[in-house]
Design a binder for this molecule. Structure first.
Ligand code: FES
Ligand SMILES: [Fe+2]
Length: 451
């Protein structure tokens, strides 16, 4: 994900050299124009520009870092989306809201499909990570030759967590407690260091996973049915034509379906997302007149895809900005948001002259009503990093407005809709394909929740 070191160093060196040349020229000019004290000019003509250059180097480095480093916005579950109550901390407020909120007649809590669990570069060869996905504890690891496997985190022998001290040995993971080794391919125990024979039944549950578009995905199906579709490759990412420019991470306290349903909720765009991004994220103030001069307008259409891509749907969106009521066409952006299954979205951006890129959105259930949402942006290499970073930040502000609604709302299974809301019902019918008879419901999960 991070830019390669040689590339960064090269750019940094170029910047330093340019800075030095500029500063040296400025110093010489100052000297020649006698703007510097005569004593300084006469005593050390060669040293002053160098000292000036050294003094300004940290500023240059800071500027470089600011402009070119990927943007990272990582929010914790209580950071966004709650109105602080008097005398309570943010965490206490969030807990109160979660306890007293009516949940409504919810659909099953874990739809079947692929979920983004980790960014690929964060899983180095030989490393093991502990994940919580759909209420399950999973150990994901990478072998020294680069393959990724996911298995249940708890060892079937005596329950140690394989991701806490477990070691990668060949294609297997070795338990830190008694050294049993489980193969990532089929879950079979390959070795028990102190036993004469490895019994047939010694096995661990494996999870289908894939490593694509610089991301690792895990397949969840309540009946353990193997994947019925694949995560499509985004060729511009795998070929490095588009490069990583940043990511955001949020936790949303809602049912997973609320988040993708947003794409079919066309009316909320013109209301919740109309105020300019300068209006911020707190819905109590976004309609304030101070920032009224900047507004967004959206033209949207949502539709499901036909077979064989029935698990996909698309939102076509044209975004325009109005400044003092005038349309500024330079800020027009076209977006195609392709939802692939219940929790993955490819948001493809194109701008008339600022090029193209993509935000990959992953919505992954952690608990029944807690979703981890990530947005990672990849953009054309030749476009300055500041452009995709601005797009991601703008997306982040708009997303956090939705979070404030999701964190406090009730799910309504029979909503009161008007004709113009018809895409919402269409979306619910489309999304229901990801539930099956045995999909877990909140009613029997709730006892185990620590609310
Ligand atoms: S608990 Fe894992 S080997 Fe014993
Ligand atoms: Fe929204």
């Amino acid at each position: 994900m991070m830019e390669s070191v040689p590339r960064s160093l090269l750019a940094l060196s170029v910047l330093c050299v340019l800075g030095a040349v500029l500063l040296a020229s400025a110093g010489s000019l100052l000297l020649s124009a006698r703007l510097l004290p005569r004593s300084a000019a006469s005593s050390s003509p060669a040293r002053s520009p160098v000292l000036l250059c050294l003094a300004l180097l940290p500023l240059g480095l800071w500027g470089w870092r600011l402009l070119s480093r990927p943007l990272e916005v990582l929010r914790s579950p209580d950071d966004v989306g709650y109105i602080p109550e008097r005398g309570r901390s943010r965490g206490q407020t969030a807990n109160m809201v979660r306890r007293r909120r009516k949940k409504g007649d919810l659909p099953p809590v874990y739809p079947n499909g692929w979920y983004h669990v980790l960014d690929s570069p964060l899983l180095l060869p030989g490393a093991v990570h502990n994940l919580t996905v759909c209420g399950e504890q999973i150990a994901v690891y990478r072998t020294l030759d680069g393959k990724v496997y996911a298995v249940d985190a708890y060892c079937p022998h005596l329950g140690a967590n394989l991701a806490v001290g477990g070691r990668v040995v060949g294609d297997c993971i070795e338990c830190p407690f008694h050294g049993w080794q489980f193969c990532g391919e089929d879950g079979k125990c390959a070795r028990i260091p102190y036993a004469e024979k490895v019994p047939e039944f010694a096995k661990i549950k494996t999870w289908p996973c894939c490593d694509i578009n610089e991301m690792i995905f895990i397949w969840y199906h309540c009946d353990r049915i193997e994947p019925t579709w694949k995560i499509p490759e985004q060729e511009e990412i795998t070929s490095k034509k588009w490069i990583y420019r940043g990511r955001t991470e949020h936790y949303v306290n809602s049912h997973i379906e609320e988040i993708p349903e947003n794409a079919a909720d066309i009316a909320h765009l013109a209301f919740l997302h109309e105020p300019g991004i300068l209006s911020g994220i707190d819905l109590r103030y976004t309609k304030s007149r101070i920032w009224d001069f900047l507004k967004h307008t959206w033209q949207v259409r949502w539709e499901p895809e036909p077979a064989p891509n029935k698990h996909c749907s698309q939102m076509f969106l044209h975004h325009a900005s109005m400044v003092f009521g005038k349309h500024v066409s330079l800020l027009d952006v076209d977006v195609v948001a392709r939802q692939v299954g219940p929790g993955v979205v490819f948001l493809h951006f194109s701008h008339a002259f600022l090029g193209q890129g993509i935000i990959l959105q992953g919505v992954t259930p952690v608990e029944p009503l807690l979703q981890k949402v990530s947005h990672s942006i990849y953009y054309q290499k030749n476009i300055p990093a500041i452009v995709p970073k601005f797009i991601l930040k703008a997306e982040c502000i708009q997303f956090e407005r939705d979070v404030m609604v999701w964190n406090n709302k009730k799910y309504i299974s029979k909503p009161l809709l008007v004709k113009e809301d018809s895409a919402i019902q269409k979306h619910r019918r489309w999304y229901s394909q990801f539930y099956s008879e045995n999909s877990p419901q909140l009613s029997f999960q709730e006892d185990s929740l620590d609310w």
